[in-house]
Design a protein around this ligand. Structure first.
Ligand code: SF4
Length: 105
């Protein structure tokens, strides 16, 4: 090893660091693609219709609506990408609401 020149040693160190970092870079890119893959939940989605989904929680007339409840404070909501556990592949806006709302713990 003592016969290696400094530039070769530097190259090898850079190659090892780059190889070690690759999975982290790739997982970050995959996460970005997955976040972009979510489409807004259509109002005519059958499950959304069944659950009385509405874009503005304050506009619902559903008797089970609790004032102040919306997707933002629902346990099924992921704020980072707007995902809802009940509507796989779709995103919902924070002010929306549906009858499956459950208070975030
Ligand atoms: S389950 Fe919660 S997060 Fe999903 S649409 Fe209904 S209120 Fe919003």
């Amino acid at each position: 090893m003592t016969s290696q020149t400094p530039s070769r040693r530097r190259f090898l160190i850079q190659a090892v660091v780059a190889t070690a970092a690759l999975p982290f870079v790739a997982s970050g890119l995959i996460g970005t693609v997955q976040a972009q893959a979510l489409k807004p939940l259509p109002l005519d989605n059958p499950q959304a219709v069944a659950l009385k989904y509405i874009l503005d929680a304050t506009k619902t007339k559903e008797p089970i609506y609790k004032p102040g409840s919306n997707c933002a404070n629902c346990q099924f909501f992921t704020a980072a990408n707007g995902a809802c556990t009940l509507f796989a592949g779709f995103s919902v806006p924070a002010p929306a609401w549906c009858s499956a709302w459950a208070k975030k713990a």
